[in-house]
Design a protein around this ligand. Structure first.
Ligand code: HEC
Ligand code: HEC
Length: 361
């Protein structure tokens, strides 16, 4: 199994990775580090350019990662973006960083119902995981933000998050001699809106989760990766009766559509997709979230109103509350206690400690 995956690895620098290095990648877990191995430029290449060489992150069983042509991923940009992500310098009172609400140990969520920003202000929504953002066609639960780069302005300026004018955040970064040096090294350029947003978006694109027991079982034929119970849970997840996979489609565990799952009868504080479209039929619809690392990201739903995965299953089994916009796929099903255990075992198999450990600070 391991050797099959190794042969499928296609992540290489623009100039290709020497065969000898590929052979040294001995285990599946090491695929996680491939991007870092792959991006060591040789001496000649280093001399010819001021900045480091582009790397591509290719996951064999995922669609090709879309990366804007003018923002290639490089090792130094990832490192710079990570530093900014963890630095409270961007917030008004210099007390909150992106990582305050997106903790790596919780798959980049924060364990709260809704997040708390600067001066104890409550946000509207539950903090979502930041894994596999690169494949998202639009951001936010209402799809109201088109790109990772434009998204950066959101939390920095938002009153309930960092509450800082973007120009002020940028000026502070630019005033730091250390950041000036790091931006020069990563971009051959100063701190400006393009380089600042690109550093953060590049770090975000590097957050990939693809190496869970489910992946090992389903895509690489490792029959021992899932317990018999989790295997039965997988059958249930994809069954016509439960229809989970019709929305949480493989391999990303989302089809990115907007759906109303009948969580409540009245979505007064947050109308979801309708906030963007102003269309009544979109009331209570939210972007289908990824289920990868779902055991690490409680509480659940856009408002964090559901505490456990067991209660999430109860919700779908009951068929929702019957909101007029509710999806036809959410129509209830019968499930025994043992089947529920199986489905929970399957959901747990989407947790990918192999991929996320490398991001621990
Ligand atoms: C105060 C807490 C808080 C801070 C600080 C914060 N975020 Fe978030 N983040 C959230 C919440 C809550 C959401 C969900 C917003 C929504 O969907 O409308 C979110 C959503 C996102 C998304 C969209 C994810 C998706 O699946 O659509 C990205 C990307 C993101 N944040 C990155 C960042 C970055 C980068 C920073 C720092 C510049 C940051 N966040 C700072 C709480 C926070
Ligand atoms: C019609 C599409 C659809 C179907 C079918 C569906 N889901 Fe979902 N699921 C969603 C949407 C949309 C949300 C987010 C709703 C919200 O935040 O209000 C969600 C949320 C979840 C969450 C919480 C995720 C988080 O990060 O908060 C879990 C867990 C989940 N679904 C599991 C399942 C399981 C298990 C099934 C099958 C029994 C299933 N879903 C069927 C669309 C669907």
């Amino acid at each position: 199994m391991v050797s099959r995956l190794r042969n499928m690895i296609t992540a290489v620098t623009k100039y290709g990775l020497p065969k000898s290095k590929i052979k040294k990648l001995g285990s599946l877990a090491l695929l996680s580090f491939f991007v870092f191995l792959a991006c060591t430029p040789n001496q000649d290449q280093q001399k010819s350019t001021a900045v480091d060489q582009p790397v591509s992150i290719a996951i064999p069983h995922f669609p090709e990662m879309p990366v804007p042509e003018n923002r290639p991923i490089t090792k130094k940009r990832i490192a710079l973006g990570k530093k900014l992500f963890n630095d409270p310098i961007l917030s008004k009172n210099q007390d909150i960083s992106c990582a305050s609400c997106h903790l790596s140990a919780k798959a980049f969520t924060d364990g709260r119902n809704v997040s708390t920003g600067t001066e104890g202000r409550q946000t509207l929504r539950n903090s979502p995981t930041l894994f596999n953002l690169a494949w998202q066609p639009y951001l936010f639960m209402d799809g109201g933000n088109p790109t990772l780069e434009s998204q950066v302005f959101g939390p920095i300026e938002e009153h309930t998050e960092m509450d800082n004018p973007f120009t002020e955040a940028m000026a502070r970064v630019a005033a730091s001699a250390e950041y000036q040096r790091l931006f020069k090294e990563a971009f051959g350029d100063d701190v400006n809106p393009f380089t600042l947003t690109t550093a953060l978006s590049t770090f975000e694109r590097s957050l990939v989760s693809y190496n869970s027991p489910f992946d090992q079982f389903y895509y690489y034929g490792d029959s021992s990766a899932l317990s018999p119970s989790a295997q039965r849970g997988l059958q249930l997840f994809t069954s016509e009766a439960l229809a989970c996979e019709s929305c949480h489609s493989f391999p990303l565990t989302t089809n990115f559509s907007f759906e109303n799952i009948g969580l409540k009868m009245h979505y007064q504080t947050d109308s979801g997709r309708a906030r963007v479209t102003q269309v009544a039929a979109d009331h209570g619809k939210f972007k289908v979230p990824t289920l990868r690392n779902i055991t690490l990201t409680a509480p659940y739903m856009h408002d964090g109103s559901v505490e456990t995965l067991s209660e999430v299953i109860d919700h779908f089994a009951a068929g929702g509350v019957g909101h007029p916009n509710q999806s036809k796929q959410v129509n209830g099903f019968a499930i025994t206690a043992r089947q529920k255990e199986d489905l929970l075992a399957f959901l747990a198999s989407l947790t990918d400690t192999n991929s996320y450990q490398q991001y621990q600070d």
